[in-house]
Design a protein around this ligand. Structure first.
Ligand SMILES: Cc1cc2nc3c(=O)[nH]c(=O)nc-3n(C[C@H](O)[C@H](O)[C@H](O)COP(=O)(O)OP(=O)(O)OC[C@H]3O[C@@H](n4cnc5c(N)ncnc54)[C@H](O)[C@@H]3O)c2cc1C
Length: 310
């Protein structure tokens, strides 16, 4: 039977830490599982150099490696994987249908674990210079800026972590933050303060990213002093927030104001048999450790649902 003909017990949308953990738990409980992923296993973690705060890895673990290990573990228990982008879902019947770039798939239960993506800053020059000095991923693009000047926009954990990674390549790193203090955890703030390559510019917003063929600089505005000035940089890395990846959903599922899916404690959404896990959920802490916990809970809920409905 082809994958398209089969009705899987569980379809998992997204192979980040939450989706893959759900696949491990569900496949180990002998559900038939298909994971649909558009890029590569590990999700957002695959784009970060080192995960330092995932328990059990005292030296930290490379994000890409963690993603690959999760995939291997899921496959070992029999989960299947397909490389495809989810375009649409039909959640109305007892069997859930998922339309992707590689055809349609069907499942008795569905787990939405598609995470988030970087929020654009929305300033002139950003769209035009994307991939030409404007980036959302230091792991992907940081090495292009060897001995150059770069700017990181944002004041949270991701912004500071990635600024620290950039110190391996760039000669000078400016962190621009719109408030008068950083949001990131204290240990990251201390590392930033102790790094001579990094300068933090507070109370300041980016007005425009400048350059013709490539980024040549940024126009900044100090909101306290009401002062506008230009800084010459070769690259701009944006870490100003996240948007949930829900484009393929219609309005069926309950969401909060920011578009995150609302679930109960068993990771159930507002439609029976449809679960959500990880960063896509309305939740207080978006980290690997909470994503994997959500995935495990969602998988056990799916097992229960399949048992009760077969
Ligand atoms: C730069 C950075 C550094 C971070 N550092 C840490 C850290 O040190 N420690 C930590 O605990 N957390 C860290 N995080 C947060 C952590 O990465 C997330 O909390 C975690 O990855 C969430 O897992 P997830 O499975 O919910 O979603 P994601 O990891 O976002 O995975 C979702 C997956 O779904 C796929 N997908 C999306 N839409 C579709 C579609 N339409 N069709 C098919 N596939 C789709 C995506 O390609 C992706 O692979 C970091 C995040 C970033 C951005």
């Amino acid at each position: 039977m082809s994958r398209q003909e089969q009705i899987y017990d569980l379809l998992v949308l997204g192979a980040g830490p939450s989706g893959l953990t759900a696949a491990i738990y569900a496949a180990r409980a002998r559900l038939s599982v298909l994971v649909i992923e558009q890029m590569l296993s590990g999700g957002q973690i695959a784009t970060t150099e080192k995960v330092e705060n995932y328990p059990g890895f005292p030296e930290g673990i490379d994000g890409l490696e963690l993603g690959q290990r999760l995939e291997e573990q899921a496959r070992n228990f029999g989960a299947e994987m397909v490389l495809a982008t989810v375009e649409k879902v039909n959640l109305s019947g007892a069997i859930k249908e998922v339309k992707t770039t590689e055809g349609s798939f069907r499942g008795r239960t569905l787990l939405i674990a598609t995470g988030t993506r970087a929020r654009p800053l929305g300033v002139p020059g950003e769209e035009e210079l994307k991939g030409r000095g404007v980036s959302y991923c230091v792991t992907c693009d940081g090495s292009f800026f060897r001995d150059k000047s770069v700017m990181v926009v944002g004041g949270g954990d991701s912004a500071l972590e990635e600024a620290l990674v950039l110190t391996k390549f760039a000669a000078r790193i400016y962190i621009v933050h719109r408030r008068n203090e950083l949001r990131a955890v204290r240990i990251l703030q201390e590392r930033i303060q102790n790094n001579p390559k990094i300068e933090v510019i507070y109370n300041t917003v980016v007005q425009r990213i400048n350059g013709r063929e490539r980024v040549q600089g940024v126009t900044l505005h100090d909101v306290e002093m009401n002062r506008t000035w230009d800084v010459a940089v070769d690259g701009v890395f944006l870490y100003v927030g996240l948007i949930p990846n829900t484009d393929f959903l219609n309005g069926d599922l309950a969401r909060n104001e920011q578009g995150y899916l609302i679930t109960g404690e068993a990771m159930e959404t507002s439609i029976a048999g449809v679960f959500a896990a990880g960063d896509i959920r309305e939740k207080g802490l978006r980290q690997v450790v909470t994503a994997v916990a959500d995935g495990a809970i969602a998988a056990i809920s799916a097992v229960k649902y399949v048992d009760e409905h077969s």
